[in-house]
Design a protein around this ligand. Structure first.
Ligand SMILES: Cc1cc2nc3c(=O)[nH]c(=O)nc-3n(C[C@H](O)[C@H](O)[C@H](O)COP(=O)(O)O)c2cc1C
Length: 213
């Protein structure tokens, strides 16, 4: 026997009537697919740190800015935020399909002394322009200095904005002729959906913009 169709979702919803978890579930399953900023830092004690952030976006190309929103853990800043505050630096590594499991492994909630590069099985290389390690295996990396820290609401989440100081591109990447457009088939990016789901690039459509020459 066929099961009955699912009931339509309640709508409209007043977000004030929802729990933190319900808002999180809605936001992270509606705003999809989200790029992942795989952020690497170094602690004041010298431990390399690595964790993914999908509250992540490109913000501006002039100035050259990216941003990630970092939540608190049991009321305390996560190691990534603590390290960025101490060093003023971080690297945003681009996660490709072959690094999906490593990226996920690096999200483990472990003590600050744990080297998450080792946990994820990837290799740290010191940044050229900033005091933070980057992931050698990543197809690309943006070395950033802290441009601004913006507390969001009560400070449970903090938006860190980084200014890109160096761009690393793997020799495996292909640039579209005469440009700095990276061929997405050579990048093979992964993106986050709601819950534990990820999206991989499988179809691309070309659509010229009207009136833009
Ligand atoms: C794909 C993915 C995306 C994530 N995005 C975020 C995010 O945007 N903000 C956040 O605070 N935590 C996010 N997390 C959880 C952090 O990666 C996790 O809390 C991590 O342990 C933080 O590491 P740290 O304490 O070394 O900074 C995400 C986890 C995964 C797997």
């Amino acid at each position: 026997m066929k099961s009955p169709p699912p009931p339509p979702p309640p709508s409209p919803l007043d977000p004030q009537g929802l729990s933190d978890r319900e808002r999180y579930q809605l936001l992270t399953s509606l705003v999809v697919p989200r790029p992942i900023g795989w952020i690497s830092t170094r602690s004041p004690e010298g431990t390399p740190n690595l964790a993914p952030f999908s509250y992540f976006a490109a913000l501006s190309s002039t100035p050259f800015l990216v941003g990630a929103s970092i939540g608190a853990r049991r009321g305390q800043p996560k190691d990534t935020l603590r390290n960025i505050r101490a060093s003023g630096a971080f690297c945003v590594n681009i996660c490709s399909e072959d690094l999906l499991e490593a990226m996920n492994a690096s999200s483990a909630e472990v003590a600050a002394e744990v080297d998450e590069f080792a946990l994820a099985g990837v290799t740290p290389v010191e940044g050229e322009a900033v005091a933070a390690p980057r992931v050698a295996e990543a197809p690309a990396c943006l070395e950033c200095t802290l441009f601004r820290e913006v507390p969001l609401g009560g400070g449970a989440n903090v938006l860190v904005i980084g200014e890109v100081r160096r761009v690393h591109l793997s020799p495996r990447l292909v640039l579209l002729p005469g440009s700095f457009l990276v061929d997405p088939w050579s990048l093979k990016p992964v993106a986050r959906l709601g819950g534990d789901r990820y999206a991989l690039l499988r179809e691309i459509r070309d659509l010229p913009r009207p009136g833009v020459g």
